[in-house]
Design a protein around this ligand. Sequence first.
Ligand code: S3P
Length: 193
Amino acid sequence: MAVAPTTETGTDADLPRIDRPVVLVGLMGAGKSCVGRKLAESLGLPFMDSDNEVEEAAGCEVRDIFEVYGEPAFRDCERRVIQRLLQGGPAVIATGGGAFMDPATREDVKAHAISVWLRADPEVLYQRTKRSRNRPLLAKDDPLQVLKDLAEQRYPVYAEADIVIDTGNEGLEKTLRKTIDALRLDAAGDTTS
Ligand code: S3P
């Protein structure tokens, strides 16, 4: 009897079949890049991070793009980068927290990808982001309040994602396992999760 090789998250036989890009959405600090990298590894897919791709295209860091060119220029670049990434076939794509708020990007993601919202409370996100220096939206006097305000504006829109994963303070492996399980159900056509 052939035994499926084991992976960190179970056996290869347990892995969902992915035929489109998997796009991670959520607020800053939700774990899109960390979970995304691990997810890509587990699924044997390429990993891409839209912020990194924007930085590469612009030749400077996100905070410098905001400072020198302004947020609208960042959003334009982000939209074009994600449009390109979505055309590259199955992959795991971590997006910046504002990307899914852009109506054109959202439509593009809905048409070409499986979207996964990593949901967490603003307090958890604050703890995870408080030492970050490359998040211009949080470079304010009260970043926790900024996160709370963004959650209020954005969570109803993030809720349009195909899959919602509640993350809380759990470790990366647990979020990864939950994401893979949800993708497997989604691939099997089960929409009740
Ligand atoms: C932003 C989130 C950031 C980055 C930019 C704007 C946002 O990405 O794209 O600073 O609008 O929420 P992360 O969510 O990866 O931190």
